[in-house]
Design a protein around this ligand. Sequence first.
Ligand SMILES: [Zn+2]
Length: 683
Amino acid sequence: MIDRNKEALLAVKPAVKKRVKQLRSEIEEHNRRYFVDADPVIPDVEYDALMDELRALEEANPELRSPDSPTMRVGERPSEGFAQVEHSAPMLSLDNTYNAEDLRDFDERVRKLIDLDTVPYVAELKLDGVGLALRYEQGRLVLAATRGNGRTGDDVTRNAETIDTVPKMLRGDGRHAPVVEVRGEVYLTYEGLAQMNEGQEERGDRIFANPRNTAAGTLKMLDTSVVATRPLQFVPFQLLFPERHGVLSQWKALAYLREATFTIPPHSRLCTRGIEEVIATVEELQNLRDSLPFGTDGVVVKVNEFEWYDSLGTTSKSPRWGIAYKFPAERKTTRVESIFLSVGRTGAVTPIAFVEPVGLAGTVVRRASLHNADEVARKDVREGDTVWIEKSGDIIPYIVGVVKEERPKSAKKFVMPDVCPVCGEALDRPDEEVVTRCINPSCAAQVRGRMIHFASRNAMDIDGLGAKVVDTLVTEGFAKSIADVYRLKHEDIVNLERFAEKSADNLIAGIDASRNRPLDRFLHALGIRHVGRTVAELLAGAFGTLEALRKADVESVAAVEGIGPVIADSVVHFFSSEGGRALLDDLLAAGVAPAPVVRGESVDGALSGKRLVLTGTLPTWKRSEAKRAIEGAGGKVVSGVSKATDYVVAGESPGSKLAKAEKLGIPVLGEGELMELIAGGGA
Ligand SMILES: [Zn+2]
C-alpha cells in the first residue's frame, strides 16, 4: 500500500514540477512586460489566478519552494531604479464587499463599536487607478511615492510632477500646516488612453490595453520625459493627519482638498441618513458607470466623522472605518466564430478568438485574446462555442469560460499546430515556457513585424515606411530581412502598387536619412527582447558605440545603472547569437552606421571618469542626492560591482556589494570620505 502511494507521489511530481516552473516563467514574463515595457498583456484577475495557482502548488509541495519564486516577493511587482521611501503611516487597503448585505453588516459593526443609531457616511467613486502618496512642505510638493508594499514605496516625485492634476503648490500658501500629506489615485481616462494609442498606432508601436495597468506602468517609468507625454490624472481620497489642519470629517477633508486645488472624486456624496442611503447611492453610481469618462471599480464608503476612527481601529490588514464596495465585472455571452493564429515580430504565436460582434462596456467587441495554447486548453475554448466574455478595466476583453451546454456536437478541440501558419516551418515551445514560437528568422510575419518596428518613429524613424508599404515590400519579395531595406533602389519600387516617381524618391530619401541615427534609436529598433527605448538609451549612454556594446559581457552590461541581470542576459545573448551577429553584419554591410552617443555629460570634476557603486543607507545623503553629487563631480553611478568599479560607497546595512568590493580589492568609502573626495580632497 505504502509503496504504491509513494509510486503515485513520484509519478505526479514531474508534472507538478513542470507546472510550477511554467507558472514562474509565465509570471516573470508578465512582470517584465509590466515593468520593463509598461504594457501588460493579461488582465489582473488572470495574473492573480496564476499567482494563486503557484502559491497553492508551493504550499502543497514545500520542497518546490524557492527564494527566487515570484510568490516570495511581497506587495507590488518589482521595480528597479527608484529610491525607496518609508510612508509616514502605512498605506492600507480597505476590505472589499460585493453586495448590499455586506454593507449592512459593516454598518452594524460600526454602530456597535461607536454606539450610535445612525452613522453618517461619505460615498466616493473608487477610480480604477494606482495609489500615490504626496507630501507637501510649506505648501510645496516635495515627495510622491507609490504604495509599494504599504510601508515603503518608490520615490516617483519627478514623474508625479508631470501630472497636471497634482498641484505643485497648494493654494492658500501660509494657510496650510507646515506638512500636508495627501493620498489618492493616479489614473487614465478612456480618452487619455485612446490618445496615447493613436500615437502608438501611428508609430507602429504596441497598443495599451488596460488604463489602470498603463497608469501604473507609466508612473514607474525611468524616463520622465515619456511620462510627461502621457495624460495621467490624479484624484485625492485621503487627507492624512487631518487634525493638523483642524479638519474633523471626510466631507470637510474633501472640501479642504478642493480648496487647495485638487480635483476631488466626482459624484462624492455625504449620506447623513445611514447605510440605506449609502446603498441607494451605490446603486445610483453603478448605473452611472457606463457614462463615466474613466474606469471605476466600485464605491468607497467611509465613516464621515474622524473622531470615531480611533475607537474603530484597524485590523492587521485594513482600517475598520471604511469598506470598498466592488462593482461586478461586465459580462456577456457571444459565439466564437473562429480561432485565428497571429504571429508577432518575436515569432510568438498567439491564438485569437474572433467572436460575433457584441456590445460591452461602451465598445463593440469582435475579438478576444486567448494568450497561449495552455490558456485555450485550460478553458477548452472551441470554434462554435458560446463563451462568456468580460471586461475588467481592459480595452481588449477576455474569455472567462465556455457555456458547455451550448456547445455544438461538431465542435473540435483546439490543437496548436506544429507548423507556423505563415511560413510553414516547425513551431517551437521550450518545456518551461508558455509561448509557442516560430523560430524561422526569415518568416514573413516576423520580418514584417520587425520591419514595422524598426522603421517606427521611436526607432529608426524611416519616413514613408509604414505598415502598408512594408506589406507590399515583403509580399513582393523585396525585403527578406531588415537589411534589404537599405539595398532598395528607386527602380525596384517605382512600379509597385502604391508607388509613383515621387513617392519612390521620398521613400529612398527616408531610408537614406536613417542610416546614421544615434545608437540608442538603432538599439531600440533591433527589437532585442526587453530592450525598449529607455533601456536602449541607458545602453547607448553607457557604451557609446556599437562596437563597444558588441564586445561587452553580461557583467559589464548588468553594471549599468537601471539595467538588471535579465535584460543584460538578453542583450549579450542577442549580440552573441548567430542570428543577431548576422543581422548586424548585414546592416553594417548595407551601409547603416549608427552614430555614437556621447557618454553621459562629461563634467570636469574630482570624479571625472570614475565609476562608483552606492550601497546601504548613507547617514545624511539620500541615494538620489549622493547620485547627483557624484554626477556633478563628473563621476558615474553604476549598479553592480565589477572590476571596472573605482569606488564603492557604503552606508548602513550595505549587503553583498560591499563583500564583493572587498573581494575584488576595490576601495570602499563612507559618506564623509565621499564628500571630501568630491570637494577635491583626493583619496
Ligand atoms: Zn513562421
